[in-house]
Design a protein around this ligand. Structure first.
Ligand code: NDP
Length: 329
């Protein structure tokens, strides 16, 4: 690679963020003790919000967006990393306040990096991406709260999206019976191929509902929030748990305390951005063993850096199926 490298950089335009393809040098990067030759990034919902300006994700301009990347360490003054190490970065404000993954090079804090297990290639690390790593955090939370396969079905909302697709694959491999809630009936075969047993229409869950309803699932992974999460809670079985990670329908939660005080339901909040390192390492260890890589390949598609602005629009419109692997080189 020459001294310059290619990147997407977002500046503050009159009508919102403006993304340009630029050639940069290392002098344009921010502080950090590890320089990474980036191989792949991806497009998460949050990247879509950042690039389209639908939410004020980017806090410092100009900035290279991209909340995650995988690559190889090029230079390091951090004791934990040496040149050639294969690494992944999710969150920690990368692509929000610190330059992110839509570039051929990144300089970050070594404390933010996870070494990839042998079973996960750099390419598959971005097929997983922050969405898939978040799905694993959700599954870990369900386990921690006692939701085992014998307790009953597990619901996944936003099923055809990134978090949802990986969650279905993980849960089905772990022996859970999975119900997938989607607005895209056309994706039923895809969701079944990932391991869903039942498909429900998301309209069943998205309107204002009753404070408490029929007990339908022992647990849920919710990527949608708002009325959907309220209804999911209302229909969770006695002693069940719901891992809430997303807001695709909305950030509000028009719910009642009835599921908590009448059924002992647990609402587990999931944050991937500042999750502590031991949780990240555990999540990648489990992804290496519990994610069917053939299913991961079936839910992912390849894209180039040039495709990112279009994919950002599409993910916000809810038109992206599964996971994009963005080859930045
Ligand atoms: P995707 O866009 O890939 O998936 C979201 C899915 O939600 C869509 O595919 C769609 O599924 C469904 N959906 C979209 N709009 C609506 C709506 N109005 N009402 C109901 N369902 C809707 O995004 P990701 O999978 O990358 O992310 C999912 C959510 O999780 C996002 O809100 C994201 O911000 C959040 N997230 C949070 C993280 C954390 O740390 N807590 C980390 C990663 C993501 P379908 O077509 O099947 O109905």
């Amino acid at each position: 690679m020459t001294d310059t490298f290619r990147a997407i950089r977002v500046s503050k335009g009159e009508a919102g963020p403006k993304a340009d393809f630029v050639n940069l040098t290392e002098a344009d990067l921010m502080e950090g003790d590890v320089t990474v030759a980036v191989d792949y990034s991806t497009v998460n919902y949050k990247d879509g919000l950042a690039l389209t300006g639908k939410a004020p994700i980017i806090r410092s301009f100009p900035l290279i967006p991209g909340i995650d990347f995988s690559g190889k360490v090029e230079k390091s003054s951090h004791a934990g990393f040496k040149p050639g190490d294969r690494v992944v970065l999710n969150g920690y404000g990368v692509g929000e306040g610190h330059n992110g993954g839509y570039a051929q090079k990144a300089r970050v804090k070594g404390d933010w990096l996870v070494k990839l297990p042998d079973a996960i290639s750099n390419e598959r690390a971005m097929a997983i991406g922050t969405a898939g790593y978040t799905s694993m955090l959700c599954v870990l939370a369900l386990e921690k709260n006692g939701v085992t396969p014998d307790k009953g079905d597990v619901l996944v909302t936003g099923a055809a999206g990134g978090v949802g697709s990986v969650a279905i694959a993980l849960l089905s491999k772990l022996g859970y019976r999975v119900i997938a809630s989607t607005g895209r009936a056309s994706e039923a075969d895809y969701l079944k191929s990932l391991g869903a047993s039942d498909i429900i229409d998301r309209n069943e869950l998205s309107a204002p509902g009753k404070p408490i309803g029929k007990e339908r699932w022992a647990g849920a992974v919710d990527a949608v929030g708002s009325h959907t999460l309220a209804n999911v809670l209302a229909m969770t079985k006695y002693g069940g748990a719901v891992a809430a990670c997303g807001l695709a329908q909305g950030m509000d939660l028009p719910a009642s305390v009835a599921p908590f005080i009448l059924r002992g339901v647990t609402l587990a909040g999931i944050d991937s951005v500042m999750a502590p390192m031991e949780k990240r390492v555990e999540a990648y260890k489990r992804l290496a063993t519990d994610l069917d890589m053939k299913k991961l390949d079936a839910m992912s598609f390849r894209a180039k850096l040039d495709d990112v602005p279009k994919l950002a629009e599409e993910i916000i419109a809810g038109h992206v199926r599964g996971r994009a692997i963005v080859d930045v080189n």
